[in-house]
Design a protein around this ligand. Structure first.
Ligand code: ASP
Length: 327
């Protein structure tokens, strides 16, 4: 039998609220053991070991916790007797943690994140079933080599591309235009696609213990957005991800301020888009001095993670551009 380690971090899957109701609950209240007792059949899937890493709403996640979590999982997964890891996590920021781990875990063994949209105390909570499937997936050899993956609502997503697209329904996730990696039927997995982007063992960010990340902020553009706050962000950060309109666009005032920040503070800029689907290419009209790296298909919050890691390796613009193409 396979050995799977569950690393529990909290989230709605461990949430407690008014009995039977789906609203007014607090995430990260009960321990993972209390969820596991509701799915006794997991004992047929794998031998389980539990690490209650923390118990919080995922809005309490931050770069320091990501590094600690990644270092912990790397320690666990390198043990010969461990076949895979399941991470329980809140859905609000699961797409950020999954991408961070996708870039920093040094193993091709399955690492599967899951969570829930309904608290553990709700009528028909979705967490126990997601957890059951995540354990089955982590114990499945077919789940190896896909990078860090997320199991949610019978669907297997890539840690790079998953995005929360609904803040209410239990089928809350999607993978942009790329569909999904596969589906699950109870404990069986059916894979249909693979990511071409570099991850885990091949990732240049997975080779050493993480100790420090660069600081990167996100600036959201909207019609008439004041450019002055870009300078404030540039004074306090190494990089800024710009969430532009359309294909990562913004006003001429922003174009001028980007140049000012680059000249004064050496700020590294990435252009992402506030439009959820599509791709941001480099652009000579909105970025005439070529000061911005395009985010490719990454959302701003994922581009921020890649830039935080990339800036620990290089500040060379060309190399950073290559990294954004590759990852
Ligand atoms: N606020 C919760 C969290 O992210 C939402 C959830 O888990 O669904 O922890």
């Amino acid at each position: 039998m396979k050995k799977i380690v569950i690393v529990a971090t909290g989230g709605t899957i461990a949430g407690v609220g008014e009995k039977g109701k789906t609203v007014a609950y607090h995430a990260g209240e009960i321990n993972i053991d209390d969820i596991l007792v509701t799915i006794p059949d997991v004992k047929h899937l794998a031998y389980l070991e539990i690490v209650q890493f923390m118990n919080v709403d995922s809005n309490e996640m931050n770069p320091d916790i990501w590094m600690k979590l990644s270092n912990t999982i790397n320690q666990i997964i390198k043990c010969d007797d461990v076949d895979g890891v399941v991470v329980t996590h809140g859905t609000d920021t699961i797409e950020e943690t999954s991408y961070f781990l996708n870039l920093t875990i040094h193993s091709d063994k399955p690492v599967v994140l899951t969570g829930a949209m309904r608290p553990a105390t709700a009528t028909s909570a979705d967490g126990p079933y997601n957890l059951y499937q995540a354990i089955a997936l982590a114990a499945n050899d077919e789940a190896k080599g896909h990078g860090v993956i997320v199991l949610f609502s019978n669907t297997i997503y890539s840690g790079r591309d998953i995005q929360k697209v609904n803040n209410y329904k239990i089928d809350a996730f999607d993978q942009k235009s790329f569909g999904c990696l596969g589906y699950m039927q109870d404990e069986r997995a059916y894979f249909f696609s693979k990511t071409f982007k570099t991850h885990t063992v091949q990732s240049m960010f997975s080779n050493e213990k993480l100790e420090k990340l660069s600081s990167v902020a996100i600036a959201y553009y909207y019609a008439g957005a004041d450019e002055a706050y870009l300078e404030y962000l540039a004074q306090h950060n190494d990089g800024i991800v710009l969430v532009g309109s359309g294909n990562g666009n913004f006003s001429k005032a922003w174009v001028r301020m980007i140049e000012t920040c680059y000249q004064k503070y050496g700020t590294v800029f990435v252009r992402a888009s506030r439009v959820p689907l599509g791709i941001v290419f480099s652009d000579h009209v909105f970025d005439p001095n070529q000061r911005c790296i395009s985010s490719n298909t990454l959302s701003a919050q994922k581009a921020r993670i890649l830039l935080m890691l990339a800036l620990t390796k290089t500040t060379d613009f060309k190399e950073l551009k290559t990294i954004f193409k590759k990852y």
